[in-house]
Design a protein around this ligand. Structure first.
Ligand code: ADP
Length: 603
């Protein structure tokens, strides 16, 4: 499919017609320095043509006329939209309602969204027959858990002003993480990747099992790393001090932090890393400091994000600096061997990536965590996303039904653990069968002991397993006083330990306490009917007492021995006011189906 990708900023517009399957550029152009007398148009690799003074609207019209005149056919248009707020969790086909909603979130990105919207409106008028898709910078980060999304301020104020961490550079982080997984011949849903997008804007992202779970940019693209002209992280007290000094207005401070800081501010000369590296090697102390602060901050984030994911499998460098600066990569990665990431100095120095050879490995062959350089391609990422949305690949059959089971806290044990807790030679006694074939709730119950309190009479499920696992709800977690990670069942590595007490003895697990991630069990035949695959993550909409409730982040698990069923925990069932026998409707999201509810209680 040929996709016209439009990336309209406040001072430049880039457009390209891209064959989404292979990334070929069939046509490309850019308009730069919009708003100044030096505004110019560059078509393909031709020399720039001066346009004289153009405002954003006339520049957009010039772009669209040039595309029409080029007479290269395309099937759909993908628009980069910087801010999707909390309304847009994914790319979407644009209609009047969507435009209205983008307008509503524009207060969050006053410099960016209005330009994006102007391009959308003009393009819809000019190419009214082509479907148009909005691809949001923020959407990839819609999966940030609440603990990563929330600023530690009054929730009332945060809600009123929509203050939370949204994250940016989504198409780039998603693209390079996918490229990295393909290069490593691994399923992205099994990997923990840290992607470092280092361009004029810079951000780092923790991509766990294919989903963004932490990122350095926040409510705006100002938080986080040192950038070309942006400060990144700064004590908010600094801003208060500057404003109270009365020497600077709000606009002055805005200018300082967004346009006069970062590499430019530290070096006092330039925001261009090439020039900074050169000057630093000639002895310029300010440029040396700029490099030190830039790389120190990035290393700090990599360490933090590794801790957040409990480890890292690949660290990816991308963007103008990440792809080209061996020095920056060296300074960041030389001190990461304690994470299992060992830099190969020679391949780092010689590394060269391009659109044709987009991935290079710069770690030593035995490095447990891989260090990669990946050429980013945001336009292609937008084209791929647009193609997927236009082809309806995010839709599934909405006419099917899934029963929902509410799973109470429960425990899986090894045979060895059964004998420690219930006596030598003891075997679990089936109490009643569970819906998943071969599984049963047993007669046996245990006490779970946490640092704060205990939970008694927790049912053990059978048959025994190769690993012990204790599944509790959020409420249980706070009752016990343990921070249990949300995990797929079976994935207990690096989870907290817990003590179990049975009639015969006690057992302290080193790991195994988790908050089970909501999931749907299905057979390969069901997966085919729904149009999903094992480890897909879907959204499920339930009509609960006339209220639409979305269960985001539902994991699909496919095995021939499974029976079709969605599992949520008691907290979620309570929040959704789900009662046995209730029927819900799923629609509009990645996952559309009818839910029929049924309660399974293990207690
Ligand atoms: P944008 O965010 O505007 O797309 P880019 O991804 O093009 O920016 O990155 C621009 C940055 O990349 C600049 O700071 C530039 O100096 C840096 N860069 C490009 N090539 C090199 C290089 N060979 N060595 C060091 N830095 C480089």
């Amino acid at each position: 499919m040929n996709i016209l990708v439009i990336n309209c900023g406040s001072s430049s517009i880039k457009a390209a017609i891209i064959e989404s399957a292979n990334g070929d550029r069939l046509f490309k152009l850019k308009v730069e320095r919009i708003g100044s007398e030096q505004c110019q148009l560059v078509i393909g690799n031709e020399l720039p043509r001066s346009l004289g003074h153009q405002d954003i609207f006339s520049a957009i019209r010039t772009v669209l006329q040039t595309i029409e005149a080029a007479d290269v056919s395309f099937d759909a248009v993908g628009h980069r939209v910087v801010h999707g707020g909390s309304q847009f969790r994914r790319s979407i086909i644009i209609d009047d309602d969507v435009i209205k909603q983008i307008e509503e979130v524009s207060a969050l990105a006053p410099l960016h969204n209005p330009a994006n919207l102007a391009a959308i409106r003009e393009t819809m008028n000019t190419f009214s027959k082509s479907p148009q898709v909005a691809v949001f910078d923020t959407a990839f980060h819609a999966t940030l858990p609440k603990r990563a999304r929330s600023y530690a301020i009054s929730q009332e104020i945060a809600q009123k002003h929509e203050i939370q961490r949204y994250g940016f550079h989504g198409p780039s982080h998603k693209w390079v993480a996918t490229q990295a997984a393909d290069f490593l011949k691994e399923d992205i849903r099994d990997l923990r990747i840290i992607t470092c997008h280092l361009g004029n804007g810079a951000s780092v992202c923790a991509v766990e099992n294919g989903r963004s779970i932490e990122t350095s940019m926040g409510m705006t693209p100002l938080e986080g790393l040192v950038m070309g002209t942006r400060s990144g992280d700064i004590d908010p007290g600094v801003i208060l001090k500057l404003l109270r000094s009365k020497e600077m207005s709000i606009e002055d401070v805005d200018n300082l932090l967004n346009r006069e800081s970062g590499l430019l501010g530290l070096s006092g000369k330039t925001n261009d890393m090439r020039d900074i590296e050169e000057a630093a090697s000639q002895g310029d102390e300010s440029c040396r400091l700029a490099i030190q602060v830039f790389t120190h901050r990035l290393r700090k984030y990599i360490g933090a994000f590794t801790a957040t994911m409990g480890g890292v499998d690949a660290i990816v460098f991308t963007g103008g600096i990440g792809e080209n600066s061996a020095l920056v990569r060296h300074r960041v990665a030389q001190r990461l061997s304690f994470l299992g990431a060992r830099l190969d100095e020679d391949t780092n120095r010689d590394c060269n990536v391009s659109r044709d050879a987009p991935v290079a490995e710069i770690s030593e062959p035995h490095s447990r965590a891989k260090l990669l350089v990946v050429a980013t391609d945001e336009s292609r990422s937008i084209a791929t996303e647009t193609q997927k949305i236009v082809a309806g690949q995010d839709q599934v059959d909405g006419s099917l039904t899934i029963p929902v089971a509410v799973s109470a806290r429960h425990i899986h044990l090894t045979q060895e653990a059964v004998e420690t807790l219930f006596g030598e030679g003891h075997e679990l006694t089936p109490y009643r069968p569970l819906s998943q074939p071969g599984q049963f709730a047993s007669e046996e119950k245990l006490t779970i002991v946490g640092p704060k309190r205990s939970l008694e009479n927790v049912r053990v499920l059978g048959p025994t397993r190769p690993k012990c696992q204790v599944e509790v709800s959020r409420t249980d977690e706070f009752w016990l006083g343990i921070d249990a990670p949300v995990r797929n069942s079976g994935d207990v590595a690096n989870s907290p330990g817990v003590t179990l007490i049975g009639p015969h003895g006690r057992l302290t697990l080193q790991e195994g306490l988790i908050c089970a991630r909501r999931h749907i069990h299905m057979t390969p035949t069901d997966a085919k009917r729904f149009g999903v695959k094992d480890k897909d993550v879907v959204e499920v909409k339930i009509d609960s007492d006339g209220r639409d409730l979305i269960f985001a982040d539902v994991l699909v698990r496919v095995k021939s021995t499974y029976a079709l069923e969605m599992h949520i925990d008691t907290d979620e069932a309570n929040a959704a006011e789900i009662k046995p026998g209730q029927i819900g409707t799923l629609a509009e999201t990645d996952f559309s189906a009818q839910l029929r509810l049924r309660s399974v209680n293990y207690q």
